[in-house]
Design a binder for this molecule. Structure first.
Ligand code: BGP
Length: 459
């Protein structure tokens, strides 16, 4: 039996915009997602938008019981900024009532809420003023954070500021996938810097308002593996890790910007505008813990042709198609559980063994209904195998001293996923969109219950 440390968190991650639905109802204002869907519904898989998603707003009482039923002892979800503060200033009483009841119901069912503040859902009123490109966004976010701590701090002890800041930067400002779909490396760096400062200011507020609570951030880690040991490939790998991992992890965990990253940005004339007092604020507001989302590694090689100074990430490193890679055929992502061990060792060796947890890990499946058996249950053995493989490398990392306190799967119930709509299903519960959003447990949900009860699994 592979046993995990006492009080290990066995849970799942969610986000407000991907589950709640009830968009633009009960006072909620538009986020970039509500706006973009209205303007360009054709960009979204099968025209599935953010209005209903998993209909959790109406079903959260039932859902909290379902969390308990599969042994979840914790859930991370997010508050929607546009629900709590529709105009950025005045608190929406309906939102407070909804979230308070939701978090209370979780607790009644033995589920610890870990509450995140931002999961790609920029308010439209702020985006119209420039969003993360402007320094104003830092103050707006810190006001929102303070408001959330004041409204829910008596119910929630554990908080996170952002989910995967690199994703809103890359998808929104480098790849054109998310609104505002700009492709501009210099702007992307500035957006990243303001996001970092918004996080830092939120931590500063947190220490004043909830000194006994703990606060962290959720970062996506795709550790990079280089094509070869050549100087050029290793340089590409180093750049990928600096830009994608150390850019946030160093300041939030160690209280200082990574100097190699600063040198790289300077060399390419990409340094962001900063205020003189920022360094001090970064140093004084490190986190209590880190959440790391891991899905797949990043395979990199030196660019064949690179603009100088760099104009795009591809001028620093390029993807490399490793011939031996194992692919999830239903999502196209590489499956490489070994990386979780490398992540665990990175936290131990490079980040002072700061407490951390796996805040998302899971397997997305397109057309998952093909795996429904005669009893009506999805037989998702592929998901169980995926998680077991990752847990075994995580276990090894913990045995070797990495300070990991939990594992959260993505996700509890099938969720709406941005432009992908409901294409890729990840839940322990299936959500039947054709049948009044009915939830039904998948085989993996029953397996997870046992895992949580035993605090481990038969190896
Ligand atoms: C993570 C996000 C989640 C979720 C997940 C699955 O990066 O934090 O919000 O979307 O990825 O992604 P997808 O549905 O695109 O497979």
């Amino acid at each position: 039996m592979k046993k995990f440390p006492e009080d290990f968190l066995w849970g799942a991650a969610l986000s407000g915009p991907q589950t709640e639905g009830y968009a633009l109802k009960e006072g909620k204002s538009a986020s970039t997602w509500d706006y973009w869907f209205k303007e360009n519904p054709e960009k979204f898989n099968e025209g599935q938008g953010p209005e209903v998603t998993s209909n959790l707003y109406e079903r959260y009482s039932e859902d909290c019981k379902l969390m308990k039923a599969i042994g979840l002892n914790s859930i991370r979800t997010s508050i929607q900024w546009t629900r709590l503060l529709p105009d950025g200033k005045i608190v929406n009483a309906d939102a407070v009532a909804f979230y308070r009841d939701y978090f209370e119901k979780m607790k009644e069912n033995g589920v610890k809420p870990i509450i995140n503040l931002f999961h790609f859902d920029m308010p439209m009123w702020l985006m119209e003023k420039g969003g993360w490109e402007t320094r104003e966004s830092v103050d707006a976010f810190s006001f929102y954070a303070r408001t959330a701590f004041e409204c829910f701090g008596d119910l929630v002890e554990d908080w996170t500021t952002f989910n995967e800041p690199m994703v809103h930067i890359e998808c929104g400002y480098l790849q054109g996938f998310h609104y505002p779909a700009i492709v501009d490396l210099k702007k992307a760096v500035q957006v990243g810097y303001h996001t970092l400062m918004a996080h830092v200011k939120a931590v500063q507020e947190f220490r004043k308002i909830l000194p006994k609570g703990s606060i962290g951030i959720i970062l996506n880690v795709s550790p990079s593996y280089s094509r070869s040991e050549s100087v050029a490939d290793l340089k590409a790998k180093a750049a990928a890790d600096l830009l994608n991992i150390k850019s946030f992890l160093d300041p939030v965990a160690l209280g200082k910007m990574n100097q190699e990253l600063i040198a790289l940005l300077k060399e390419h004339d990409l340094l962001p505008d900063a205020l003189p007092e920022d360094q001090k604020a970064i140093a004084e507001n490190t986190v209590d813990f880190i959440g790391l989302n891991y899905y797949q590694p990043s395979r990199v090689q030196a660019p064949e042709m690179a603009a100088y100074p760099a104009k795009a990430l591809e001028d620093f490193y390029q993807p490399y198609d490793w011939a031996e890679k194992k692919i999830n055929p239903y999502r196209g992502w590489e499956i490489y559980p070994e990386a979780i061990y490398d992540v665990a060792m990175m936290m131990k060796n490079d980040y002072n063994n700061l407490p951390w947890y796996v805040s998302e890990n899971g397997m997305g499946i397109a057309d998952e209904e093909r795996f429904i058996d005669d009893s009506g249950m999805i037989q998702d053995d592929y998901r169980i195998d995926f998680m077991k493989d990752h847990l075994s490398y995580l276990h090894q990392g913990i045995e070797e001293g990495s300070n990991c306190f939990g594992y959260h799967a993505w996700t509890f119930i099938d969720c709406w996923s941005w432009l992908n709509g409901y294409r890729n299903r990840y839940g322990f519960y299936r959500v039947d969109l054709e049948n009044d959003y009915k939830r039904s447990v998948k085989k993996s949900g029953l397996w997870y219950k046992k895992l949580s009860e035993q605090n481990g699994y038969e190896a």
